[in-house]
Design a protein around this ligand. Structure first.
Ligand SMILES: [Zn+2]
Length: 109
């Protein structure tokens, strides 16, 4: 028994995910790791089972309708929402303001 555990390599979530992607040849259904353009922290974007694409909630373009590939993390979305003047300048679409308000209060708590 001695030393047996050492033979079992411990995989990180990222290594496992990379393995799944390389085996299936697709990122469909899997979370995507990305960097927040505001705080530069890495975070995960969930796969949306309903729309069959990665969740749009972290896409800056989705909120602002500006052409950009920038991604924003949950905590930056929350601080954006709590700074009302920033929020109103950035998110012009009334429907999206409602969605963001719901997202911040329900999902982020
Ligand atoms: Zn952030």
């Amino acid at each position: 028994m001695k030393g047996k555990n050492k033979e079992l390599k411990k995989f990180s979530d990222e290594e496992l995910l990379a393995e799944i992607i390389s085996r299936s040849g697709s990122t469909k259904g899997l979370p995507t790791k990305t960097k927040c353009f505001k705080c530069s922290k890495d975070f995960w974007i969930k796969w949306n089972q309903t729309t069959q694409v990665p969740s749009k909630l972290h896409s800056w373009e989705y909120w602002t309708d500006k052409k950009t590939k920038d991604k924003i993390c949950g905590s930056c979305l929350r601080s954006l929402y709590s700074n009302k003047s920033d929020f109103w300048t950035s998110v012009k679409d009334l429907k999206k303001r409602k969605i963001l308000s719901g997202y911040v209060s329900n999902i982020l708590g």
